[in-house]
Design a protein around this ligand. Structure first.
Ligand code: GTP
Ligand code: MG
Length: 264
């Protein structure tokens, strides 16, 4: 199945009753604000349905209560919800960003419009078989624990095993997130511990707060960057014969959506 495709836009929705990722088309009438990858709303572009270069599917996972839903709400709407309403099954949010590739000598390369689909999974054990079925279709993972809960940190290892067993490959793009950094008095996991674990898995680590917004955009941007770079490598690999014969440069090309293959 293609992990890299264009799909019709749909608003936030709850898909607790479906067993496979499934989106049905919905007319898109609104204008949408586009933010840059750095999160600064530097430009507003009018877009119609399908007016984007890439659809990227990210998935948030981790124990119940670590703040997945709240984190994604902060990222898409820049708001904080202090209420705990546990997620039932699976849910998703969407956001569009501009991804700038790097040109030669650190200059800015091409700008791509990216439609981010952010899948929000239930952390509760009873939904496990449903949520892990969604891992296969995600291109990157926000693996989250709660800095005020040692148990949620210990469970990161289990989530990693689940990922390795169910994601598109054994070495998918992941960012480790220690959330609730705004609660230092209740902290149970120190930064060194968490960084050591992230280093062990060779993945980036961020301490975030959905309450203040600290590092929320940075964590998502880092994951998107990993995904785009991996895709670029795949395109380069698949285009080697072309390049040898004087074909294209092998850089990401928004006109020709590429299939994301595992480069591990
Ligand atoms: P499940 O849906 O059950 O898997 O939980 P979840 O991981 O989605 O947790 P949720 O986002 O619902 O957050 C749980 C509680 O933690 C809520 O009351 C949030 O307001 C709170 N919370 C989430 N992130 C933060 C944060 O960064 N700081 C603080 N202080 N509270 C947070
Ligand atoms: Mg939730």
């Amino acid at each position: 199945m293609s992990l890299f495709s264009k799909m019709p836009r749909r608003n936030k929705g709850n898909l607790s009753n479906v067993s496979k990722p499934q989106l049905s088309p919905r007319p898109f009438l609104e204008q949408e604000s586009l933010t840059t990858l750095q999160g600064r709303p530097t430009q507003t572009i009018t877009m119609t349905d399908g007016d984007y270069d890439y659809l990227i599917k990210l998935l948030a996972l981790g124990d119940s209560g670590v703040g997945k839903t709240t984190f994604l709400y902060r990222y898409t709407d820049n708001k904080f919800n202090p209420k705990f309403i546990t997620t039932v099954g699976i849910d998703f949010r969407e956001k569009r960003v501009v991804y700038n590739t790097q040109g030669p000598n650190g200059s800015t390369g091409k700008a791509f419009k990216v439609h981010l689909q952010l899948w929000d999974t239930a952390g509760q054990e009873r939904f496990r078989s449903l949520t892990t079925a969604f891992f296969r279709d995600a291109m990157g993972f926000l693996l989250m624990f709660d800095l005020t809960s040692q148990q949620s940190f210990l469970n990161v290892r289990n989530w990693m095993s689940q990922l390795q067993a169910n994601a598109y490959c054994e070495n998918p793009d992941i960012v480790l997130i220690g959330n609730k950094a705004d609660l230092p008095d209740q902290r149970e996991v120190n930064e060194r511990q968490a960084r050591d674990l992230a280093d062990k898995y060779s993945i980036p680590y961020f301490e975030t707060s959905a309450a203040t917004g600290q590092n929320v955009e940075k964590a998502v941007e880092t994951l998107l960057d990993l995904i785009m770079k991996r895709m670029e490598q795949c395109v380069e690999k698949t285009q080697v014969p072309d390049t040898v014969n004087g074909g294209s440069s092998g850089k990401l090309d928004g006109d020709k959506p590429a299939e994301k293959k595992c480069a591990c």
